[in-house]
Design a protein around this ligand. Sequence first.
Ligand code: 13P
Ligand code: SF4
Length: 333
Amino acid sequence: MEKEAEVLIRNHGYLKLPVDPTMNLEKEINRLKREKNAIILGHFYITPDLQEISDFIGDSLGLSQKVEQTDADIIVFLGVHFMAETAKILNPGKKVIIPDMNAGCSLAESAPADKFAEFKAQYPDHKVISYINCSADIKVLSDVICTSSNADAIVSSFDKDQKLIFAPDKNLGNYINSKTGRNMILWDGACMVHEKYSLEKILDLKELHKDAEFIAHPECEKPLLLAADFVGSTTALLKYPQKSTYKKFIVATESGILHQMQKDSPNKVFIPAPSIDSTCGCNDCTFMKLNSMEKLYLCLEHEQPELKLDPAVIEKAKIPIQRMLDISKKYKL
Ligand code: 13P
Ligand code: SF4
């Protein structure tokens, strides 16, 4: 099977094997998980069935913190490639497996390491803050990592006079610049999901639902963030409706979040913000949605595809991630 698995992963990115359609996938996944002492970690953007079967569901910061603490032998990561890389970097002794190697990230891909190294060389007196949505090779080139939950605190941990580069998300970088009064040099990268929202359609929707608040993730473009009633990370967006007096919300972030939002606030209404090129009114991250129950079952059963990283990369990339975790701990984030 080992050889066959290798070929399947090389050709398809995942174990393209038949799964008995009568199988109770939930029961089998839970059995395998117990037998193998595995933990399933999922990001809020995955589908509701996968969110429900995860042992822990979180945003990028919460997931990194959970990875640091786990005593499981196997970490199954339901998210995208850079998240599984972060799990491996923080816990190199564990086996990290992911259902589909093709689950990448447009934002991470917008910063190739060789191009970024050239860019960084132009600013020798600058420190580099990188958003966690980047490859391990970009992390190696960074002084500290941040997520959307702690970007403010990480940037503010630097002396006001320290010159900074922020990569790879220009929208989050711009937003943090305006919040902190900094003038960080920004790498020109973006997330294809969060850049796809149509401000025009959102304003029309606001007209139609005057009793709704519009909330958005800082990976969205500036004009959209200026129009938002609240801007926050995945976790902040989840918490906001619980304390707001409003009953209705237009939500500009990946639609997977709506499952948990609705669970947390069953009596409130959540409307996915419309994108420029869709008629369905929702924005899915196609990479996150490559995860499925069938692929999760196969990946647990065969413990493949496995995420592997060069030990030298692990050693260097851990330093800026650990800095982020230490700063977050200090500020109780
Ligand atoms: P956070 O989980 O940090 O909010 O990031 C959102 C995202 O785009 C994850 O890929
Ligand atoms: Fe990457 Fe955007 Fe998908 Fe997040 S939503 S994983 S940033 S492509």
